[in-house]
Design a protein around this ligand. Structure first.
Ligand code: FES
Ligand code: FES
Length: 150
């Protein structure tokens, strides 16, 4: 049995401790906003926050997270109006959309530590998250907008 705190809610999951956080989120808790891309720590589609830091959920064993605060895209804001979510819509960032929850979660971690990042800081910070559709320029613009408009 694994006990976790996900989006502010304590949950118990009947799974071995080595089960990946990604599997627990999607298959046990039905939180499918977090995407399964490569499953090997190469794409960032599965990015969530553990104690405010972006991590690859596919590479994180759930059994190591007993004391941690886990946040997924579903828990980023109550009504989907986090400044980044508003900026993402304003800048029309997504194409296929698959990578986008992970992109937003990584961007949210950046803005929580650096309110007004430079373009270089944004590009560097976002580098682990790939987008096969090539939305990178709009991702940068949306992060800049969210930083500006808060
Ligand atoms: S699915 Fe986790 S890094 Fe690609
Ligand atoms: S929007 Fe399609 S992979 Fe990023």
């Amino acid at each position: 049995m694994i006990e976790l705190l996900v989006n502010g809610r304590p949950v118990r999951v009947d799974a071995p401790p080595e089960t990946s956080l990604l599997h627990v989120l999607r298959e046990h808790l039905g939180l499918t906003g977090t995407k399964y891309g490569c499953g090997t720590g190469l794409c960032g589609a599965c990015t969530v926050h553990v104690d405010g830091q972006p991590v690859f959920a596919c590479q994180t064993a759930s059994g190591t997270l007993a004391e941690a605060e886990i946040t997924t895209i579903e828990g980023l804001s109550e009504t989907g109006d986090h400044p980044l979510q508003r900026a993402w819509i304003a800048e029309q960032v997504p194409q296929c959309g698959y990578c986008q929850p992970g992109q937003i979660m990584r961007a949210a971690a950046l803005l929580s530590e650096t309110a007004e990042p430079t373009r270089d800081e944004i590009v560097r910070h976002m580098a682990p998250n790939l987008c096969r559709c090539g939305t990178y320029p709009r991702i940068v613009k949306a992060i800049q907008r969210a930083a500006r408009e808060g």
